[in-house]
Design a protein around this ligand. Structure first.
Ligand SMILES: Cc1cc2nc3c(=O)[nH]c(=O)nc-3n(C[C@H](O)[C@H](O)[C@H](O)COP(=O)(O)OP(=O)(O)OC[C@H]3O[C@@H](n4cnc5c(N)ncnc54)[C@H](O)[C@@H]3O)c2cc1C
Length: 381
């Protein structure tokens, strides 16, 4: 969906490049990669070659130094892969694990971690969640103890996307006392002794992304891998979360739009009682209602994207977009599946997979309940 207030012809050219790539090189593999539960590592490299992993990053590290509307176009077109898991893996690389390196990293850190991530040579993961601390990030327990010129890391992470094959992790650790004031972010190369990848978690959906449990047992990394200042990590992460939540809102909305498009086509072709299902007034009204909700979500997400693009503080707007678009997309896909009847429940139809995949939208990257907490606090409640 294009909007000429935000998208110039250059954005549209870029959008077309991403769409062609996704439709020609990714979507045809969706069945096979879903079945296999993953996609080849080389796919990261292809994204890197097309300049998709460094859209907003400086050119000196291999990025393209473009604005946020290019990211919006990329995220929307990525949804055409029909593999929400692959999309999430790639967005972890481009918009979740690396923005904080660009914001805070030293030149040395950017050359060692950011530049190869932009090229697709190194796979990145974001390590926040722990077995005992998901929403309650300030309570995380993985420690990084300073010993001479090193940090020694002990603890465990869970639910980590790209976790089974990441080359480095943008890792949240406790360097200070209790609570949010004692947290730091370090860049953790995964070839360090004492690091183990535990179970790859079997999930309800998003099958093409890997999701792992990780363990750290006296893992020693050089202290120069600290990002920014010690004990400031919670604040950095809250800023980083805005980009993560915004791509979730944008992707969720576009995912809902694609399900709606599919459902219009399906109900126009499927006949019952002598006419296309789409001709029943209840169907037309339901589709009209869903389209209105998708458009409302898109407007909210674009509003947040506009503020974000202009560098205006927008935590409340991003939280609203994540909340509304996540809940909306789950509702839309549920109703679209209903309109497919029995075929909606059959794996051959994409809507079946989309239904499972979309369920993550109100959980990952901060739950709907946490979004409501943020919105209420920022509204003086
Ligand atoms: C497929 C998948 C991929 C993921 N990828 C990553 C990743 O790459 N990196 C990473 O770090 N994490 C990742 N996560 C973790 C995800 O961010 C967490 O699952 C999410 O933040 C929720 O945390 P939790 O699972 O511990 O739930 P909990 O925090 O235990 O929450 C349980 C329930 O309690 C509610 N709740 C919690 N606190 C409050 C409150 N104050 N008020 C009201 N209700 C509340 C929650 O909303 C939820 O409904 C992933 C998760 C999944 C499922």
């Amino acid at each position: 969906m294009s909007d000429d207030r935000f998208f110039t012809p250059d954005h549209e050219t870029f959008r077309k490049t991403v769409r062609d790539f996704v439709e020609k090189e990714l979507a045809p593999h969706s069945e096979e990669w879903e079945e296999r539960g993953g996609f080849p590592r080389e796919v990261f490299k292809r994204f890197g070659e097309l300049g998709i992993l460094g859209i907003r990053y400086p050119q000196e590290y291999g990025g393209s130094a473009l604005d946020y509307w290019y990211t919006v176009a990329y995220v929307e077109e990525l949804c055409r892969s029909q593999m929400a898991g692959l999309n999430m893996s790639i967005m972890v690389q481009s918009d979740m694990a690396t923005p904080v390196i660009n914001d805070l990293g030293t030149d040395e850190q950017k050359r060692e971690f950011l530049a190869p991530a932009i090229r697709g040579d190194k796979i990145a993961a974001l390590g926040v969640s722990e077995p005992g601390a998901g929403s309650d990030v300030a309570n995380l327990r993985t420690t990084a103890r300073r010993v001479g010129g090193d940090y020694v890391i002990n603890g465990a992470k869970t639910f980590i996307t790209n976790g089974t094959r990441a080359d480095f992790i943008t890792l949240m650790v406790r360097t200070g006392g209790e609570g949010y004031g004692g947290i730091s972010i370090v860049l953790f190369p995964t070839d360090v002794k004492g690091y183990t990848i535990g179970r790859a978690l079997r999930k309800m959906g998003n099958h093409t992304s890997d999701t792992a449990e990780l363990a750290f047992d006296d893992c020693k990394i050089p202290a120069r891998y600290l990002l920014g200042e010690e004990n400031m990590g919670f604040y950095y992460l809250m800023k980083n979360f805005q980009g993560e939540r915004l791509v979730a809102a944008l992707g969720g909305t576009q995912g809902a739009q694609l399900c709606w498009d599919e459902t219009v086509k399906y109900t126009s072709e499927r006949h019952a009682f002598g006419r296309p299902v789409a001709k029943f007034q209840t169907t037309r009204h339901l589709l009209a209602d869903l389209l209105t909700q998708i458009e409302a979500g898109r407007r909210l997400a674009y509003h947040a994207a506009d503020l974000y693009n202009r560098g205006v503080e927008c935590t409340k707007e991003v939280s609203m977009a994540k909340l509304f678009c996540g809940e909306m997309a789950i509702h839309v896909v549920d109703r679209c599946l209903q309109l497919h009847g029995g075929y909606g429940y059959i794996e051959e139809y994409h809507i079946c997979r989309a239904y499972r995949d979309m369920r993550l939208l109100t959980i990952g990257g901060g739950t709907s309940e946490i979004m409501k907490e943020i919105i209420s606090k920022l509204s003086g409640l």
